[in-house]
Design a protein around this ligand. Structure first.
Ligand code: ITT
Length: 207
């Protein structure tokens, strides 16, 4: 409750000092760690609203973030960020994709490895889609990271499917990398980079 109150503080003091405040609405601790690290390193304030929202069963991540912002905006107001992401595995025709959260909670990394047993084509892409609501305007940012599904789980870092995903051009899984290394190449890191550029412009306009 305390954290929610903090998220509702008046943003005018912060924008006056030149940096922008955004509130990241997510139930996922690891996502918040990754994004807040990148934003804070660039002088952008980010608070957490630890809540979930109804996720429409859309065909794309974009549909999910647009409808999330439509649902959240009358409830939480302006300056909101949401992230919908997923793992798209080529030989499984893009599965689990928009169902990644459910698939991780049900069959997990082990289940995905079993689905791919004996398959040589293990190509996969992580995608992230951010929806930002600021100044009454919604903006969508997308980023991806190509790679492949490993033969077995490796590493203790990260979250979700990180132990089975090897980004292209690397031999270690995301779970074997530090947060800084993952952010430098990941789908989420790429989107966060674009978001930073956008928020820096918003900050300049508001000054
Ligand atoms: P929100 O409250 O932010 O929606 P969530 O965990 O439900 O949190 P998503 O609906 O975007 O998030 O589900 C994406 C799932 O895809 C997530 O739970 C992970 O299992 C997986 N995933 C997404 N990005 C990942 C990453 O960087 N590394 C590993 N797994 C990831």
């Amino acid at each position: 409750m305390e954290e929610q109150d903090e998220a509702f503080k008046d943003i005018s003091d912060i924008t006056m000092s030149g940096s922008v405040l955004t509130r990241f609405v997510t139930s996922n601790d690891a996502k918040f760690r990754e994004v807040s690290k990148m934003l804070r390193e660039r002088g952008i304030q980010v608070d957490r609203v630890r809540t979930s929202y109804p996720e429409v069963q859309g065909d794309t991540l974009r549909e999910v973030v647009v409808s999330a912002l439509e649902w959240l905006s009358p409830r939480l107001g302006d300056d909101l960020l949401v992230d919908d992401s997923g793992l798209f595995i080529r030989p499984l025709l893009g599965f689990p994709g928009v169902y990644s959260s459910y698939v991780y909670r049900t069959i997990g990394c082990g289940g995905v490895l079993r689905l791919l047993q004996g398959m040589r084509d293990r190509e996969a892409t992580f995608e992230a889609c951010f929806g930002l609501l600021t100044g009454g305007r919604s903006v969508v940012f997308k980023g991806h990271c190509p790679g492949a599904i490993a033969e077995e789980e490796r590493g203790l870092g990260g979250f979700g499917f990180d132990p089975i995903f090897v980004p292209r051009g690397h031999t270690r899984t995301f779970a074997e990398m530090s947060l800084t290394e993952k952010n430098a190449i990941s789908h989420r890191g790429r989107v966060a980079e674009e978001l930073v550029g956008y928020l820096e412009n918003v900050g300049r306009e508001r000054r």
